[in-house]
Design a protein. Sequence first.
Length: 508
Amino acid sequence: MTQSKRETERKYEPPSDGVAGLPDLAGAGPVASVTGSGPEELDAVYHDTEDLRLAASSVTLRRRTGGPDAGWHLKLPSAGDTREEVSAPLSDDVPESLRELALSRTRGAPLRPVVRIRSTRTVRQLRDAEGGVLAELSIDEVRAEGTAGGGGRAAWGELEVELADGVHAGLLDVVEKKLRKKGIVRADSPSKLARALRETGRAVERPRPDRVVAGSPGAYVLGYLDEQVGKLVSLDPAVRRDVPDAVHQMRVTCRRLRSCLRSYRSVLDRRVTDPLREELRWLAGELGVARDQEVLSERIGAALGELPDELVLGPVAARLRVWDVARGGQVRSRTREALATARYLRLLDALDALVRQPPLRAKATGKPARVMAKAVLKEYGRLAGRMEEALAQPAGRSRETGLHEARKAAKKLRYAAEVARPALGKPVARLGKRAKAVQKLLGEHQDAVVAQDTLRELAVAAHGAGESAFTWGVLHGRERAGADARQQEVPEAWRAASDPALRAPLDH
């Protein structure tokens, strides 16, 4: 069983005279008093792969004894000073739950001890006027030793300020201002592990891509791909833990990667990228089942909640819950099974290889204003064709299908513009913004179309069970009216997005 929490902290070089050299922090912002405890003896053994894959991606996995939170801790990077810490009870071996959460980084390579870090910790609690803990300030005397044969040893001091749950991050700035006045500066290592590895002679190798010309189309495309691959890897643990919106974000990341590889085939050799696009399509499809379930459940539940009581006949809320639980469990299992496959790990390896050793074509070193603008305008042309076909269809399923295809084309144009924005600036950003507006409108239309099919299934099930299907019919009618209304808005949205003035600055 695991537990998780957000950990927001900053590390500093401690004063030479230890606790005696700390400033008086009472009165710093909301801090009313400072209390002390300790010393504590902490003993942590950090685990990683032979080639330090976790450390290379700023992840730490340790088994720690001593102190109030003894156990296994997996720390995952987040934004700014914050990290996600997932903990599990003490055991001899790495808990399978944490091993699984690290899989997108380890790719199944064995985990073994790499560094042992022992610390003598003295703690000061920063408290508010009611005595509640706002933050903990700790000074550690650290001793590290490599666990492999011939591992080195190192010792240093470290000061750490960690916020309590729910405390605004601005308190860190207030405390830091006081520390700076005492000459206390930030530590040059983000974690004890990073410093221990450096000082015991274990260098962390961070793979770098082959050299590309700065400011070239190849550099812009690879920069985008590198960012999205990193995001895909970092979202993996959140998807496995059913964190809200994680499946959606991972699916969107797959689409961004696929779109980039498609739009910029003049930059990267498609003999390498086309197989990757197919694998990304597979992964997005596996994730899509869970995401579609989330969207439908939220949409129908919200619509049901808006109905007046006189239009709610029968056990509709209970039926919706049963449908959601039954379908939700199935789709979540499917997602986890996909992430457990060797196929998925091979895809991650292939994406890493693509970024490190990109199959660049001649146009990768061309002029961005020409190469990237051409790629964006080509995606616009595809969207224009899809939209023309859709609007020419009679009302009904054929038009709905056509608009869905146009929606996918609008996404591709939007993502192509995202890649090109650092190179082409505001003109391509404006075109991307218009494409996003079209995509959003068509997405609302598609959601209403899909909801109608689900509502009909629920109505049939209710009727078969002897329940009233009236409420499901009401909701179906509303979704149909909504879909019709969105269709009426499409021509105007497309006129705005197809304005020639938007494309003129890109058309060389």
